[in-house]
Design a protein around this ligand. Structure first.
Ligand SMILES: *Cc1c(COP(=O)(O)O)cnc(C)c1O
Length: 379
């Protein structure tokens, strides 16, 4: 199983799509025996996209292979990436841009404080990322326009603006491929065809790409997409529109790719595990993080994957899974960033980011506090 599965199946896409190879595939599938036993499930599996690349894993790698492929093709010098302060996407954009000789400018919005926010800010900075703190979206848009113009004057080309979370019809193709990759792993006997995939739902690229790919690959697997952002951004309607646009985009490049509009029935958006809002940790989410760590020695997080696993655990407790094969899709980076993070390193960051280091992290994150700093020295 070498090479890029989707391109082997649809060679015309390889000719037409911009692509740079950043990842290592297939990502492993593993049976979760201990967690399965605890939940009374015989057939619980993990698809570990945490290991999607050697440097930095997680679900943004599959999208960036296309988005940064576009950046290379257009010969830009900079890319602009948006997110919240602890964004895994802007961090991934920074690392892989740097590997390709591009500069990544991150425009970051405020978010609830957490240990991973500190870590991601420092790692982004360490990789040479340019960080800008934006108090709100109108400011972000105005400021980004000015920066684009500035770089245009300096370097003769506008930066490429990456879609938020890496989600656009082009970025979605990465997860269409992931479903074809899963299909090959099913054929190879690594896992029976799953009845259900549990995955976190943010900008929707991961879940929608999987829906398209599962349907196109002829799998009957359904997707439980656990919403971790507010409903204003993500709903059945927005998911359907993204699915339609992405499907049309792929078909415009290769007419032999199937029409999968009926695939929208493959996904159910789950709203009950968000809690107070984006990046606000929940008791159920953190309990899920703890169980995965204790039983399977796998790290999850409070913003995305913990909430997704909380949904799976809750459904298991309600007895929804008798005899079913369930696949938990890990979207969180599992590679160690190996960046020296010491007490005062944060003072090199632009001033507005210091508050994430000087203020406490949210209550449910306290036990996982790992980065000592003066205001948290009781840790
Ligand atoms: C970005 C992210 C998600 C959300 O993926 P979308 O494709 O935006 O829905 C899920 N999990 C982790 C760990 C992420 O960083």
């Amino acid at each position: 199983m070498n090479g890029y599965t989707l391109f082997r199946r649809y060679p015309r896409l390889q000719k037409k799509l911009p692509f740079v190879s950043l990842g290592t595939y297939p990502t492993p599938i593993q049976k979760l025996n201990r967690l399965g036993r605890a939940l009374n499930m015989d057939s619980l599996f993990l698809k570990d996209d945490g290991l999607s690349s050697e440097t930095y894993g997680g679900n943004k790698v599959r999208k960036l292979e296309f988005l940064l492929g576009q950046a290379s093709k257009e010969k830009v010098k900079e890319v602009l990436s948006f997110g919240y302060a602890g964004s895994n996407f802007t961090l991934a954009s920074t690392i892989f841009s740097k590997q390709l000789g591009l500069k990544c400018v991150s425009m970051l919005l405020p978010q609830p404080n957490a240990t991973y926010v500190r870590k991601n800010l420092l790692v982004t900075f360490y990789w040479g990322g340019e960080l800008h703190c934006c108090p709100n979206i109108p400011f972000l848009i105005g400021y980004s326009s000015c920066l684009c113009l500035y770089y245009r004057i300096m370097h003769g080309v506008f930066p490429l603006i990456l879609p938020a979370g890496g989600t656009s019809p082009l970025g979605v193709v990465g997860y269409v491929n992931a479903a074809f990759e899963l299909k090959e792993q099913i054929s190879a006997g690594k896992i029976p065809e799953p009845d259900l995939i549990y995955v976190a739902l943010g900008t929707m690229g991961t879940a929608v790409g999987l829906m398209i790919g599962l349907h196109a690959a002829g799998l009957k697997t359904r997707v439980a997409a656990i919403r971790i952002v507010n409903s204003r951004l993500v709903s059945d309607g927005t998911a359907k529109r993204l699915l339609k646009k992405s499907n049309e985009f792929i078909q415009s490049l290769d007419a032999s790719f199937p029409n999968v509009l009926s695939a929208k029935h493959n996904m159910k958006i789950r709203d009950e595990f968000l809690g107070p809002g984006y990046a606000n940790f929940t008791v159920m989410g953190m309990e899920a993080v703890r169980q995965m760590k204790d039983l399977e020695d796998t790290e999850l997080d409070g913003t995305y994957t913990g909430k997704a696993l909380a949904a799976l655990i809750d459904d298991a407790k309600n007895g929804f899974f008798s005899e079913k094969t369930v696949l938990f899709w890990n979207t969180l980076n599992a590679r160690d960033s190996r960046v020296p993070i010491t007490g005062f390193a944060y003072r090199k960051l632009p001033r507005p980011f210091h508050r994430y280091f000087e203020e406490d992290v949210q209550l449910l994150d306290r036990s996982s506090l790992r980065f000592a700093n003066p205001s948290n020295s009781e840790e």
